[in-house]
Design a protein around this ligand. Structure first.
Ligand code: PMP
Length: 404
C-alpha cells in the first residue's frame, strides 16, 4: 500500500491560511466580516513596476534565467541591500534571487544542519510559523527563544545564551517581526553577536523582509556588527517593500553560502520568474515614492490602531516598531468575556462581531507567563481599522455585562 512519509504527515503550515479559508467561507455566506488576517500590503505594485513586467513579456523575456538570478537584479539587490545596511561589502555574486524570501528559510536550514543528526536551530517564539515547520521537516531540532512583552517583544540575549549548545547550528532572527511588530535594538544585536563569538559554529539567518518598514530610526542589521557579516545570511525581498507578494521575488546574501543556495534553487525552482525579476530590477532602481508612501501610510495606520486598541476595555498594546502587525495583549479581555484563551476569543470575535484576527497559537506555542495575544495585520483601510476595533470594543462591553 502506498503511504505518505512521516515527514509530509507532520509538515506544519501557516494557520493564517486556515483562518483565511474560514473567513472567506463566512463572507461567501453573506456575513459582514472585517478582516485583519492577511499579512500583505493592501496596495498594488507601483505602476512603473507593473510596466516593467509587461515590457519584459513583450520583449520576449520568457525563458529560464541562471538559478541565482539575472545579473542586473543581483547587482541591483547587492547595492540595495548594502545601502540599507551601512554599506556592507555585499557583491552581486553574494546575492541569490529566489521565488520570494520564504524558500530561503528551508534552503538555509538544509544548508546548515544535517538530517537526524541532532542539529539544533533556535528561532523566535512567537514567530513566522514556517521556521518551526521547516526546522522539523528538515530533520533538525527546533529550539524556541521566547519573546518578552516587557522588552517590546524582543528576546532577552541572556535567555538565548542559555539555549546555545555545541549542537546549535543556526539562529533565526526576524525584525521587524511577524507577528508582534517588535524590533531588536542595536544594543541587543551587539549582545547577541558577543554571545555568538563564543559559539563560532552558529550561522545566523536574518529574516529582514520588513527592513524598509521600520518606524523608529534607521534599520540596523546584525550583519553590521563586526564579525557577523560572513556568518549571516541576510534575507530580504520585493514582497513587502514594493507590494509584490504575488510576483514572488526574494533575495538572500552571504559570501560563503551563495553558491550553495543557488544549488538548492537549481534542484527545486530552477529560477524565479524572469518577468518578475525584471520588474524587481525596476522596483529597486526606479523611483521610490510609492514605497515611501506605503511606509508612511502604514506608519499612520500603526498610530491609529495603537491608539484605538489601547482605548479598548481589557486590551493593552505595546508600540510595534515596524512591519504592519499589532500584537495586543487580550488576557484581561478574555477574562472579562469568559473566554478560556485567545483562540476562543478570536473565534467569538469572528462569529459574534465579524472581526477576523489571528490568535497567538497560530504563531507557535503560547509563551508561559506572557498571557494571551491576538494579531492584527493593519494593512487595512483607516475605515476598516476604526470600524473593526470599535466592533471589538462593543463585543467586549456587551459580553462583560452578560458575565457580570
Ligand atoms: N518572513 C516573514 C517573517 C514573513 O512574514 C514573510 C511573509 N509573510 C516571509 C518571510 C515570506 O515572504 P515572501 O513573500 O518574500 O516569500
Amino acid at each position: 500500500m502506498t503511504k505518505i512519509s512521516k515527514r509530509a504527515e507532520s509538515l506544519g503550515t501557516e494557520n493564517a491560511f486556515v483562518v483565511l479559508a474560514e473567513v472567506t467561507a463566512l463572507a461567501r455566506q453573506g456575513k459582514d466580516i472585517i478582516s485583519f488576517c492577511i499579512g500583505q500590503p493592501d496596495f498594488p505594485a507601483p505602476l512603473h513596476v507593473q510596466e516593467a513586467g509587461i515590457r519584459a513579456i513583450r520583449e520576449g523575456k520568457h525563458g529560464y534565467t541562471p538559478s541565482a538570478g539575472i545579473d542586473p537584479l543581483r547587482e541591483a539587490a547587492a547595492k540595495y541591500m548594502a545601502g540599507m545596511r551601512g554599506g556592507l561589502p555585499i557583491r552581486p555574486e553574494d546575492v541569490v534571487v529566489g521565488a520570494g524570501a520564504k524558500p530561503f528559510i528551508a534552503y538555509d536550514i538544509l544548508s546548515t544542519t544535517d538530517h537526524g543528526a541532532g542539529d539544533e536551530v533556535i528561532y523566535p517564539n512567537p514567530g513566522f510559523p514556517i521556521y518551526e515547520s521547516q526546522i522539523v521537516a528538515c530533520g533538525a531540532k527546533p529550539v524556541p527563544v521566547q519573546l518578552r512583552e516587557a522588552r517590546d517583544f524582543a528576546f532577552d540575549p541572556a535567555e538565548l545564551e542559555k539555549l546555545i549548545t555545541p549542537k546549535t547550528k543556526l539562529l533565526i532572527l526576524n525584525y521587524p517581526h511577524n507577528p508582534t511588530g517588535g524590533l531588536l535594538s542595536k544594543k541587543d544585536l551587539q549582545a547577541i553577536a558577543a554571545i555568538l563569538q563564543k559559539h563560532p559554529q552558529v550561522w545566523v539567518y536574518a529574516d529582514e523582509i520588513y527592513s524598509r518598514l521600520c518606524y523608529s530610526g534607521e534599520f540596523f542589521s546584525i550583519a553590521q556588527v563586526p564579525g557577523m557579516y560572513e556568518r549571516t545570511i541576510i534575507s530580504d525581498g520585493a514582497s513587502k517593500t514594493w507590494a509584490m507578494t504575488g510576483w514572488r521575488i526574494g533575495f538572500a546574501s552571504n559570501p560563503v553560502l551563495a553558491p550553495v543556495l543557488t544549488r538548492w534553487i537549481t534542484n527545486t525552482d530552477s529560477c524565479a520568474s524572469q518577468i518578475s525579476q525584471w520588474a524587481a530590477v525596476e522596483a529597486i532602481n526606479g523611483p521610490q515614492d510609492a514605497a515611501e508612501l506605503m511606509k508612511k501610510s502604514f506608519f499612520d495606520r500603526r498610530n491609529l490602531i495603537l491608539e484605538l486598541l489601547n482605548k479598548t476595555p481589557g486590551v493593552t498594546c505595546r508600540t510595534p516598531g515596524g512591519a504592519f502587525y499589532a500584537w495586543p495583549n487580550v488576557t484581561e479581555a478574555c477574562r472579562m468575556i469568559g473566554a478560556a484563551d485567545s483562540e476562543e476569543f478570536r473565534k467569538r470575535l469572528l462569529h459574534e462581531a465579524g472581526v477576523a484576527v489571528l490568535a497567538d497559537i497560530h504563531f507557535g506555542a503560547r509563551v508561559p507567563g506572557e498571557g494571551q495575544h491576538v494579531r492584527f495585520s493593519y494593512a487595512a483601510s483607516n475605515e476598516a481599522i476604526e470600524k473593526g476595533v470599535a466592533r471589538m470594543a462593543d463585543f467586549i462591553r456587551r459580553n462583560t455585562r452578560k458575565v457580570a
